[in-house]
Design a protein around this ligand. Structure first.
Ligand SMILES: Nc1ncnc2c1ncn2[C@@H]1O[C@H](COP(=O)(O)OP(=O)(O)O)[C@@H](O)[C@H]1O
Ligand SMILES: [Mg+2]
Length: 365
């Protein structure tokens, strides 16, 4: 069995990362197909706000956090969903709140409302929370996370710990603490700190934040517990990270960036998918085809020149990926690779995703 097939068969979480345009979303969906064929019940969640996955799979009507099953002729099941930040945050508040009234108080708070729609950190944290939910959902035994095409796509990995730290911060503890005789913000010792914060976020937002954190009191224990549970899952043997890249120089530079991010986060990388590889032709090398073009006098000479060019593309692609693999294996010696060819047409439907899946399933690592 190839390493990639072992990963789709055994992991509980797979995270694909890589720069935009390399085929990350397509590969995430194709890995879902491979796993479903192995009999697993898979959900692919795309954190990328672009709707490409759903459009390609023919589920354009999907909204919010809705989870839809993809019709597939396989033993297992394939489901897909997107991330709706607000919906995830609301359900987190509802699930952790001691009473319905308290949940409503938090959800109606102005600070909460701005927090749940504007901060990019919130998006990261909700991606982690969504992963927690799907990972613990008895309907699925594998969650595949398709990350957005940004350089900081892996920030969500750190957000659970960041949140847990934030909730333990003395200022937060202070604001949450029940106050006797009115608002604690009147405390003289806190004045310079609060002044500094309100200078940044504005006085109104600060009052909203304080009210939010008080309404939130008691819920933070469960928030932290879930956040730390996701952080542990992401670092466990049940999770695998797959870097998707293409042979283009800029894609490989970005892949290097993700490799160093994973290394910094002390997360091990086991697999790379080299997608969009130029297909190879015949048995001759580019140099041999060029030689044929030189010695042939008929029309065939032009054909040999064209083939020589295509062979050269394929050879350069192999060299570029080979060099990337070599430098990455210095950090991650167990790293394996699977190649997938550039197909003649875009990947825009289930049929083409299935073709990509069959390439990923059989190509030797
Ligand atoms: N192996 C492939 N062959 C042909 N086209 C591909 C292949 N992989 C991806 N594509 C195309 O590249 C574009 C980007 O793919 P996508 O999966 O959305 O990448 P990403 O999520 O990395 O931005 C899409 O138009 C897709 O159809
Ligand atoms: Mg994508």
């Amino acid at each position: 069995m190839t390493q990639l097939r072992a990963i789709t068969e055994q992991s509980q979480v797979i995270v694909t990362c890589g720069t935009g345009g390399v085929g990350k979303t397509s590969v995430a969906a194709a890995l879902g197909v491979v796993a479903a064929q192995q009999g697993r019940r898979v959900v692919v969640v795309t954190i990328d706000p672009a709707r490409r996955l759903l459009d390609a799979i023919g589920l354009e009507d999907n909204t919010g956090n809705e989870i839809q099953q993809v019709p597939l002729d396989s033993v297992g099941e394939l489901w897909v969903t997107m991330l709706d930040v607000r919906e995830t945050f609301d359900s987190l508040v509802r699930n952790t709140s001691p009473t319905v009234e308290r949940a409503n108080e938090v959800m109606q708070n102005s600070f909460y409302r701005s927090l749940s729609k504007s901060l990019s950190g919130t998006r990261d944290y909700m991606a982690a929370e969504r992963l927690y939910n799907l990972h613990n959902d008895p309907r699925f035994d594998l969650v595949i996370v398709d990350t957005p095409p940004s350089r900081n796509a892996l920030d969500f990995l750190e957000s659970p710990e960041r949140l847990a730290r934030f909730l333990k911060h003395p200022i937060v503890r202070f604001l949450v603490a029940p106050s006797r005789g009115g608002f604690r913000i009147a405390n003289a010792a806190m004045q310079p700190v609060l002044k500094a914060i309100s200078g940044i976020v504005g006085g109104d937002a600060l009052t909203g934040a304080a009210a939010f954190l008080r309404a939130f009191d008691g819920m933070e224990t469960e928030f932290s517990r879930r956040a730390l549970a996701v952080a542990a899952t992401l670092r466990s043997d049940a999770t695998h990270f797959v870097i998707v890249t293409a042979p283009a120089t800029d894609a490989l530079t970005e892949a290097d960036h993700f490799v160093s991010e994973l290394s910094r986060l002390r997360i091990s990388l086991r697999h790379v998918v080299a997608n969009r590889m130029p297909p190879t032709f015949g048995v001759l090398t580019a140099a041999e085809e060029k030689e044929q073009a030189r010695v042939t006098t008929s029309d065939l000479s032009t054909a040999h020149s064209i083939i020589a060019g295509l062979c050269e593309d394929a050879e350069n692609a192999k060299t570029g990926i080979g060099a990337f693999l070599e430098r990455t294996q210095v950090l991650f010696p167990q790293l394996n690779i699977t190649y997938a060819n550039e197909m003649p047409a875009d990947i825009h439907d289930m049929e083409s995703i299935a073709i990509l899946a069959s390439q990923l399933a059989v190509h030797p690592s």
